[in-house]
Design a protein. Structure first.
Length: 223
């Protein structure tokens, strides 16, 4: 087990033996892992699967695709065409996964954008987080403290998102990948800060595990 401010999440035994990862460790350092470009299967594996998400029902199985240049992934959004070309035109593979939790009808979406190198991912992250940051999740959005997972990160919550209830959007960069997480609910109770932090920690660790040449195994606690 690993902890995020006292809250446990699960990591693979092999990874725990050899890695000092950022997720939940209070450091922005990537532990010395190589920031390598990921292939299609690796991108798919970065996305948390049903085993990594106890207590959540799978709505969309983890899946990765090679983008069509003329039609970048819909999750890659920027404020202008120039930044869109930089951030979205150089994606090598992308993947998405989605989950839902009852009885509060809470949705949880993950996406990953993979790039050929860390410099390109860094530039893309800056353009994408500029779009998704601040009030993009909803009017009056406020930052959520998620610690220091990944190389760069930002999370914001609004009291009313697209589903009518509280919503969050989290953006991360881990090496050559840009990651996104969104939550939304039809109810009145927001996904807690602790859960938002845990989702970010787990997702960042899975991306780092993949870039270290390992099979991603980090998972949320619960069930």
């Amino acid at each position: 087990m690993s902890r995020v401010d006292g809250h446990r999440y699960i990591r693979g035994a092999a990874a725990g033996a050899v890695l000092l990862l950022v997720a939940g460790c209070g450091s922005g350092d990537d532990g010395g892992g190589a920031a390598k470009a990921l292939g299609k299967a690796e991108v798919s594996a970065v996305l948390p699967d049903a085993k990594a998400m106890p207590g959540w029902r799978t709505q969309l199985e983890p899946d990765a695709q090679e983008p069509v240049r003329e039609y970048p992934p819909t999750v890659c959004l920027t404020k202008d065409k120039a930044k869109r070309a930089t951030a979205c035109g150089k994606i090598t593979y992308y993947g998405v996964a989605a989950y839902v939790r009852k009885p509060d009808v809470t949705s949880l979406n993950y996406w990953v954008l993979a790039y050929p190198d860390e410099k390109t991912a860094d530039t893309a992250y800056d353009a994408i987080v500029e779009y998704y940051g601040g009030d993009r999740v909803g009017v009056g959005a406020v930052p959520v403290d998620i610690g220091e997972p990944g190389d760069e990160r930002e999370a914001n919550r609004a009291g009313m998102g697209t589903m009518g209830g509280p919503a969050t959007i989290t953006q991360l960069r881990v090496g050559t990948t840009v990651l996104g997480i969104s939550t939304g609910t039809q109810g009145k109770k927001a996904v807690s800060d602790q859960e938002v932090k845990e989702f970010a920690a787990v997702f960042a660790e899975r991306a780092q595990q993949a870039q270290n040449g390992e099979k991603p195994s980090a998972a949320v606690a619960g069930g």
